[in-house]
Design a binder for this molecule. Sequence first.
Ligand code: GDP
Length: 195
Amino acid sequence: MKVVDAKFVTAAPVIEAIPPPVLPEAAFMGRSNVGKSSLIATLTGRHKLVRVSRAPGRTRSINFFEITTGEGPLTLVDLPGYGYAEAPAVQRRQWGPLITTYLEERTALCLNVMLLDSRREPSNADGDLLAMLIEFGRPTVIVATKIDKLAKSKRKPALLRLSKAAGVRVLPFSAKSGEGTETLWQVIAHACGIV
Ligand code: GDP
């Protein structure tokens, strides 16, 4: 996918600050350190773009990016990473009503992109989030990140294990090699009607 332009729109720390839905939106979520910033940078081909999500005070916000592709415009939404050390209840409190409300009610949301580290078992928090996404009923895809860190022989079993655990499509991805970038773009474009 050709990315013609990509710009940061706004950071929403509270529900009231979420911008009106204008373009179709694909939302990216996963626990801290899963590779979400690297994935968004790779998808857009703009490594400076995601730095704004890391600015102090923005790591707990929902960050909106407007992307112009060769096929049409869309919004990429960077949800705050959740911690893997906390108990699910604490994590839910932190992630809070902001994210739950966004995921449940956002009319423009056309695809949930949930990131899981291809080398790790999904955590309780991952499982809680996935169950919530499935309950809300929107198209959802899992991206297995850092696939380059797995030996070739271990990739297929790891992907199978994740897709069995998750019950949705799993795409292998590497921000390091770029593997999976075009397939993920195709899935996003299809779900968001920009092809
Ligand atoms: P975030 O906290 O989810 O935004 O994660 P980052 O994108 O900041 O990545 C966390 C760490 O994993 C960084 O040290 C990245 O360089 C590394 N990382 C992210 N994606 C990949 C990948 O595809 N391959 C490898 N080998 N490392 C990655």
